[in-house]
Design a protein around this ligand. Structure first.
Ligand SMILES: C[S@@+](CC[C@H](N)C(=O)[O-])C[C@H]1O[C@@H](n2cnc3c(N)ncnc32)[C@H](O)[C@@H]1O
Length: 270
């Protein structure tokens, strides 16, 4: 079972993510655990102050490294101690998959100007959830919790859905439709209502390639493309040179018309 421990000044912000919906039910079923730790409990003063002014001056307050260290030592050993920081490397689906294989993850959620830089020596990695700055690490921690928890065995109903999710397959997910079949003049692609599973699978792959090409062509570099994908991308107007740069395999050889035995095809004069 994977335990997530969050060290934060605002455990009440994370409590709903940890206690409601699928994660709440997964906790009740013993599939994962969440431990919310109040950083102020590790302050060494009677005002429960955990921060101080920055050396060198400047705006804002900095969370003390000794507070972080005492809070971390109160926890059972962890596989990873993760500092949430806009200056960290990006959190990706690949990182989520890696973290889902661990048994205890500890997250340090910053506030104000963040933690004293010496805290970096106490962690195994830093993670950023994007190129923007939020007021605190709790929302970032909730993102990581959501992304990792849904990969744990038994947490979501149909594990097959991971396979086609955006990023897991290396591509963005294909578009989905449900009832009503007609809405404000917009229908549903006919192929999805035809009951031909092979045709649906082909259509979805083509749509995933099309969307990725239009919205996130950078992903195609690392995607595992098939010879059929190469054919689709050529049909979508991608140049052969570009396909080579993405390491796309050669397209499948065109199927030769099978010769039918014992049939003599003769040209009839008009
Ligand atoms: C106001 S931010 C500190 C920003 C810091 N001075 C900087 O510019 O890198 C306070 C805290 O919010 C969290 N935070 C803000 N944006 C984040 C992001 N994009 N990813 C992860 N954590 C973030 C971090 O825990 C950070 O310590």
């Amino acid at each position: 079972m994977l335990t997530f421990s969050f060290l934060t000044l605002f455990p009440e912000l994370l409590a709903p993510f940890a206690g409601e919906a699928i994660i709440g039910r997964a906790r009740q079923r013993g599939l994962l655990d969440v431990n919310l730790v109040q950083l102020r409990d590790f302050s060494d003063n009677r005002h429960h102050k955990v921060d101080d002014t920055p050396y060198g001056g400047g705006a804002g307050m900095v969370i003390r490294v000794d507070v972080a260290e005492r809070a971390l030592s109160s926890l059972p050993p962890a596989d990873e101690v993760i500092l949430l920081s806009p200056a960290g490397p990006p959190f990706t689906q690949a990182v989520a998959e890696e973290l889902a294989g661990k048994s205890h993850l500890v997250f340090l959620c910053g506030r104000y100007e963040g933690f004293d830089a010496r805290t970096e020596g106490l962690v195994t990695r830093e993670l950023s959830i994007g190129d923007f700055v939020m007021m605190g690490g709790e929302a970032a921690a909730a993102c990581v919790l959501e992304a990792v928890a849904r990969l744990l065995p038994g947490v979501i109903g149909d594990p097959e859905s991971h396979r086609t999710d955006s990023f897991s397959s290396g591509l963005l997910d294909y578009p989905e439709y449900t009832r009503p079949p007609e809405w404000r003049g917009q229908g549903v692609p006919e192929v999805l209502r035809g009951g031909n599973h092979g045709a649906v699978a082909l259509w979805r792959r083509e749509q995933a390639l099309r969307r990725t090409l239009e919205r996130r062509p950078d992903l195609l570099m690392a995607a595992r493309l098939t010879p059929q994908d190469t054919l689709t991308l050529l049909a979508l107007g991608v140049a052969a040179q570009q396909l080579q740069a993405w390491n796309a395999p050669p397209p499948p050889a065109p199927r030769r018309a099978r010769r039918r035995k014992n049939i003599v095809v003769s040209e009839q004069p008009e």
